[in-house]
Design a binder for this molecule. Structure first.
Ligand code: AMP
Ligand code: MG
Length: 356
């Protein structure tokens, strides 16, 4: 069964595959698929719905009871209403406007975890980078290359320590403004995977733009395959990941300089800010894909490691562990941590080992 609840969005789907950082590639059943698996697969049907939320075309696929699709869509809409910095009624927008707000447990949890990763990544991930995102025009699409004086003024409000939490009350000091756009989709994907597990479906695939979260095992026994977009050619794939069939859930999240940008005087300015300079990160990396079970962490790290650049990102991976990564630099060279390398197909890539 194939359900298209937002039919007009299908028209935009080709565009969607061009825009997102990761894509999912359907594969043929493996030649040796067992009789039992074939019988099971004919009994379990997949259902797909398309949702536009969080500025992203999303594809939700469930193998099993399709009631999960409605619940998943509702969850996505609820999280967007709570967490979108540009939606006036959201808790984040009200917090930014008022400077202090008593927030829901969900917002509190996401904010607390984001601040933890901000500390862990030396401030490469910083929710207060929103002042910079706004200054450069990414919230309104009225793009603007600011003067150094404007950048310096905006940087006065950029520091994760300016976000203070007491109980459920969040207070922003020094006119800091926050945005959880770097983590919301990954957090959402992780929540959807939990819902899939609780619902008892066989498998599910949640593709929220460049954030992919898979759950369970496809009934035909074939592995999940996830394409990584070529940052320099929107119509091409740079690499393909084949996930191991024994994983219960996995997130593959890509941050890329090509996902949102503008050009002025022949220079490209993208949407991921380096909080230490106040400008779009110029780390030499064009995309970072993080693989780990927790979509929130994958999303948080993909943004942070793109800001850090390859050397610091590799050092961070060696120290922190718990995830794998694929990096593409501005010369289109691909690097894969040794766990990711096992799953990766690409014309050529360099494997990064655990020892330096
Ligand atoms: P992502 O696509 O997950 O890498 O998130 C990028 C989005 O996060 C941007 O569009 C901004 O809204 C926000 N952002 C930009 N730079 C940073 C940063 N250094 N730390 C946290 N959020 C950021
Ligand atoms: Mg992110």
């Amino acid at each position: 069964m194939h359900r298209n609840r937002l039919l007009p969005l299908l028209v935009g789907l080709s565009l969607f595959f061009l825009l997102c950082g990761c894509g999912v590639q359907e594969t043929a059943s493996p030649a040796a698929s067992a009789q039992a698996a074939a019988e099971a697969s004919s009994a379990i049907q997949s259902s797909t719905s398309y949702v536009f939320a969080m500025d992203t075309v999303m594809t939700l696929t469930v193998y099993g009871d399709d009631a999960l699709l409605d619940e998943a869509e509702q969850t996505i809409q609820d999280l967007e209403a709570l967490l979108s910095a540009t939606d006036e009624g959201s808790e984040i927008a009200r917090l930014n406007a008022q400077g202090s707000l008593t927030v829901s447990d969900t917002t509190l949890e996401l904010m607390t975890r984001t601040l933890e990763v901000s500390g862990q990544t030396g401030g490469a991930l910083d929710p207060t980078a929103y002042s910079l995102v706004r200054l450069w025009g990414f919230t309104t699409e009225e793009y603007h290359v600011p003067s150094q004086a404007e950048i310096d003024a905006a940087l006065e409000a950029v520091d994760a320590d300016y976000v203070q939490i007491e109980g459920n009350t969040v207070t922003l000091l020094n006119e800091a403004q926050i945005d959880l756009g770097a983590v919301v989709k990954g957090y959402t994907g992780a929540l959807l995977a939990e819902m899939a597990e609780e619902s008892g479906v066989a498998a599910a695939l949640f593709q929220l733009g460049g954030n992919v979260q898979v759950y369970g095992h496809k009934p035909d026994g074939s592995p999940w395959r996830i394409a990584i977009q070529d940052p320099s050619d929107a119509s091409a794939q740079a690499a393909l990941l084949t996930l191991p069939t024994d994983c219960e859930t996995m997130a593959a999240v890509t941050s890329g300089v090509y996902q949102r940008y503008f050009e002025e005087d022949g220079v490209r300015y993208h949407h991921i800010m380096d909080p230490s300079t106040g400008a779009p990160a110029g780390s030499g990396l064009d995309s970072v894909t993080i693989l780990c079970e927790d979509g929130f962490l994958a999303d948080a790290y993909s943004t942070a490691l793109l800001v850090m650049g390859l050397d610091d990102a590799v050092a961070f991976w060696r120290e922190t562990g718990g995830f794998e990564a694929v990096f593409i630099d501005e010369d289109s060279a691909i690097y894969a941590t040794e766990g990711a390398a096992d799953w990766l197909e690409a014309d050529s890539f360099t494997v990064i080992g655990r020892e330096s």
